[in-house]
Design a protein. Structure first.
Length: 178
């Protein structure tokens, strides 16, 4: 069976229950934070979902310091179902788990970290928004690829001398044309 490399199906918004189903099935995602200078920082983290809350383990590193000073976070997981790709994004607020009862519940739920560093802290992310989408994967771009029309490269001989690609250096093999 041949798949159409240019599917007509658009991006499909996932229901909230589909988003939670996918979140609960995954254990690895990306945590997005904002550092003190306002730059985004992304960490791969292991996560466990329990009762509508995301939990992750952390060492006492920069990630934990950022979470304490700027608790607004985003968390993303993505994956593949057959020929479809999907992505789920959670936006919420993070806080350190400090009560014994909640720490026990998280421990009993199997929260763990793949990090080689000790991870004695547990972070709770309470979602304020959960969104997701699914779409068919394109196999390869074709002649109707919208990016194709935006790419322009003049022939080398039409360019001024300073804009032409450099000539190979004798004795050194050129790298593949990028």
């Amino acid at each position: 069976m041949t798949r159409d490399p240019h599917p007509r199906a658009s991006v499909v918004e996932l229901t909230t229950s589909d988003c939670w189903r996918l979140l609960e099935a995954e254990s690895l995602g990306r945590l997005a934070l904002v550092d003190a200078s306002g730059d985004p920082v992304i960490y791969p983290v292991n996560v466990v979902v329990r009762d509508g809350v995301l939990y992750l383990r952390s060492s006492g590193d920069a990630k934990l310091r950022l979470l304490r000073s700027r608790p607004a976070v985003a968390f993303e997981v993505d994956g593949r179902d057959g020929a479809d790709r999907w992505s789920v994004v959670v936006r919420g607020h993070a806080a350190l788990v400090e009560t014994d009862a909640e720490l026990r519940r998280v421990r009993d739920s199997g929260a763990r970290s793949m990090s080689p560093m000790p991870t004695p802290y547990v972070v709770r992310i309470v979602p304020r928004a959960v969104t997701g989408r699914r779409f068919a994967e394109r196999i390869e771009p074709g002649p109707d690829d919208p990016l194709r029309s935006r790419i322009f490269r003049a022939p080398d001989d039409a360019l001024p001398e300073g804009a032409r690609p450099p000539h190979p250096i004798p004795g050194i093999r050129p790298l593949a044309d990028a």
